[in-house]
Design a protein around this ligand. Structure first.
Ligand SMILES: NC(=O)c1ccc[n+]([C@@H]2O[C@H](COP(=O)([O-])OP(=O)(O)OC[C@H]3O[C@@H](n4cnc5c(N)ncnc54)[C@H](OP(=O)(O)O)[C@@H]3O)[C@@H](O)[C@H]2O)c1
Length: 362
């Protein structure tokens, strides 16, 4: 019987301050299961969860002592104790986890393929984050596919629905889609999906740091790749902006350049989380926060049960078949490795081709 969990926590007011805490685990109550966390992915997306922890409720998933936060990650673990009649010890699960060695879940709505954590502190948070997949129900599951699933899948669904949202709105009559942080995995997924759809006359333009240009070009997903410094060289044609960087400087540069040629400005990410340049009164349309669940809900209504999943599955399979060309996965095990990877990702020091898996367990 495990009596404690080792948890990585950060200061909510300074994400650079991390610490480990050993938290005693209470005896399980009826309906609860104890998960031993095996491994999880770490990308800029997790840093954005932390940067928007307060504003968007990401700190609520895994409670921490006053002033500290536990950053959510996506990954795999095994049930090592169970007080739920339908969930057995040894089952492997995939879902939203803390950077910890263990997690207690109050399991509910157990189906053949999934269950939810109905803990009170998670009530009211988006359903997608409270859902855990039962790996045993996936006949095609292979352990070797877990890293790519953990690193890319939570991002790819967003990539897919951005493409779908733009197509649903006839690309706001634009001739090009300009995407910032083009080297991020979410942007690569979007560019791949846009390219797969092969829409005549719509260029896919990636904006990235100088150091990442060669990598982004080599993926072949973008029509054109441009450094942030060269935004003013882009042709002044009707454009949609998909902002994955979320920094004030890039947003201002893109809006000032395209001005009334910009037909829609879509705010998705925040990889440039420290660039807090104020951007009020910019020319062009007001940046609109992209809310993936709204488009997902719309498509569930439009396409009926399974309609969206079926469409995503086709492009996801094609994407997975292509990633070996550019994605290099590595795994660090133990608290020191977890902390080192966290700081590397936080500071934006990872190469974009790097896919980090981490594990608190040695
Ligand atoms: N709204 C949603 O539902 C949703 C869903 C999924 C993802 N997202 C967002 O999409 C963004 C991309 O996430 P990801 O996991 O795909 O990222 P990722 O693959 O880890 O992105 C790495 C890239 O982000 C930029 N970057 C990372 N850290 C940086 C730093 N400290 N300073 C400056 N640039 C930095 C660099 O790109 P460049 O040099 O190209 O700028 C870097 O190559 C995140 O902000 C994430 O939250 C949002």
């Amino acid at each position: 019987m495990t009596h404690s969990s080792l948890d990585f926590m950060v200061s909510r007011s300074d994400l650079r301050q991390g610490q480990w805490q050993t938290t005693p685990l209470p005896a399980l109550s009826d309906g609860e299961v104890l998960i031993k966390i095996d491994h999880f992915a770490l990308t800029a997306n997790n840093i954005t969860y932390a940067a928007f922890g307060e504003a968007m409720g990401y700190w609520k998933f895994f409670p921490a002592p006053e002033g500290l936060g536990r950053i959510p990650v996506w990954g795999y673990g095994d049930i090592v104790e169970s007080r739920h009649p339908d969930l057995i010890v040894g089952e492997r699960v995939y879902g939203y986890l803390p950077m910890s060695s263990h997690l207690v879940i109050e399991a509910d709505r157990v189906s053949k393929s999934s269950f939810i954590d109905r803990a009170e502190h998670r009530a009211g948070l988006a359903a997608v984050y409270n859902n855990y997949m039962r790996v045993s129900s996936d006949g095609t599951h292979q352990a070797s596919a877990e890293p790519a699933q953990s690193i890319l899948w939570p991002l790819f669904m967003t990539s897919f629905v951005i493409d779908d949202f733009l197509a649903d709105n006839r690309f706001f009559e634009a001739e090009q889609v300009v995407i910032s942080s083009a080297s991020s995995k979410t942007s690569l997924g979007l560019a791949f999906t846009l390219k797969q759809a092969a829409r005549d006359g719509i260029a896919i333009v990636g904006l990235t740091s100088k150091a990442n240009i060669a990598f982004v070009e080599a993926t072949g997903y973008y029509t054109k790749v441009v450094a942030y410094e060269d935004i003013t060289a882009l042709p002044l044609i009707a454009s949609v902006f998909v902002d994955m960087a979320g920094g004030g400087s890039v947003l201002a540069a893109v809006h000032n350049h395209f001005a009334d040629k910009m037909t829609y400005s879509c705010s998705v990410g925040g990889t440039h989380w420290e660039d807090r340049v104020v951007t009020k009164g910019l020319p062009g349309p007001r940046p609109t926060l992209f809310f993936a669940p709204a488009q997902i809900k719309k498509r569930h209504t439009d396409w009926g049960p399974g309609g969206l999943d079926q469409r995503v599955a086709g492009v996801w399979t094609a994407f997975l078949a292509d990633i070996d060309r550019w994605l290099k996965i590595s795994e660090g095990r133990g608290p020191e490795a977890v902390e080192a990877i966290y700081h590397e990702v936080l500071e934006g020091k990872s190469r974009p081709e790097q896919g980090h898996m981490a594990s608190v367990a040695v």
